[in-house]
Write a protein that binds this ligand. Sequence first.
Ligand SMILES: Cc1ncc(COP(=O)(O)O)c(C=O)c1O
Length: 425
Amino acid sequence: MKNFKFDVDYVRDQFPALSRSVNGNPAAFFDGPGGSQVPRRVVAAIEDYLFYHNANAGGEFLTSKDNDRLFRRGREVLADFLNCAPEEVCFGANTTSNNIRLAFGFLRTLKAGDEIIITDIDHEGNRSPWRTLADFGIVVKSVSLDPETCTLNFDDYKAKLSDKTKLVCVNWAANACGTITDVKAYIELAHKYGAVTVVDAVHYAAHKPIDVKAIDTDILLCSAYKYFGPHVGVMYIRKELGESFPSVRVYAEDNADMPTKMETGTLSVANICGAAAAVEFIADLGEKYGECFEEELGALQGRRRDIVAGMLAIDAYEDGLVGRIRSELSAIDNLKLYMAPEGTPRTTTVSFTIHGVNSAEVGKFLAEKGLFVWNGDFYALEIVHNVLKLGPQGGLVRIGLAPYNTEQEVDRLLAAIKEFAAAHK
Ligand SMILES: Cc1ncc(COP(=O)(O)O)c(C=O)c1O
């Protein structure tokens, strides 16, 4: 990275939500891991589709042809986001629904006694769909987690893998605590046993560039509403796997090709247009800051280069903000941080509790000052309730960073947390 100076005002001008206020305080959105804010161009793309191109697929008339063209374009843009071919991109309502569809498709190939590995660090969106298969005699095992370091136990994974393992479903970045798992190592080992891999990149996608080919996963899922888009689930399925995959049967689609066979019913092409515009927002940042990342970008070209550059710029900017959050919060003696140790890859999401206080109280106090953070379990039920055992105190308080956050917002947030902690000693 060379001569990087992020123009946060250029970003902020694109997000109308940042004009909101609470009790005279400008709203500061630290709620990104639950869903980011949306730039104007995303809403413009959705509006343009609904006003001028709205029709079902496959007709001979103008608007239906527009629909098909925009749908195809959405696949192309998202393919560049993930580094795959457009026919390897499948859309759905959200990641949880995509996983449910996958689980019931795989069920057609599995037999009682076959095994699936999931992890304790995952959101239920990448656990519950697979756990449901236990009702059909499939054995579901979960990789354990070290509560001190908030990292998965790779030795436990190795011990759980066997010739019976048919699927490994692993999280890339944890929405509860920001830990980034070395999914490549999990995938490499899974493939040695002939297992299919499913990577949950929902949290990761908002912070780091994704390259499905570099990690060599069979399947990867993310959701556009976490990275400046509307609510639509995006799923990569490796072409050869997808072609032989016994998708959930829908009569009309039984013999369909990839990616259509994975897409049940009529999709929101309006939101797919919005998801493409969200990626273009990232690519636009990449065009602006590409020169700073020439070394990292190497021989990448075109839109893929811009997207990767945009994500590197977002990552570098957020990284500059998070250091102070981590160090100043760790100096508060009645506050406990839940994060992987220095040196372990992690996103800029920072979670904590205040001793003896329900996390909802912290959330409410900050909300009154216009500081929007999440509190609770964020559907990461296993880690929050069973591993960290934080149910009785209302789970975690979670700070998420996005490229529209500023130093001044971080100042306000830290001052408010210190005030709250001091008053609850
Ligand atoms: C890590 C992770 N996985 C999965 C999901 C579920 O995604 P969706 O809401 O698109 O079903 C979330 C949502 O917060 C998440 O953070």
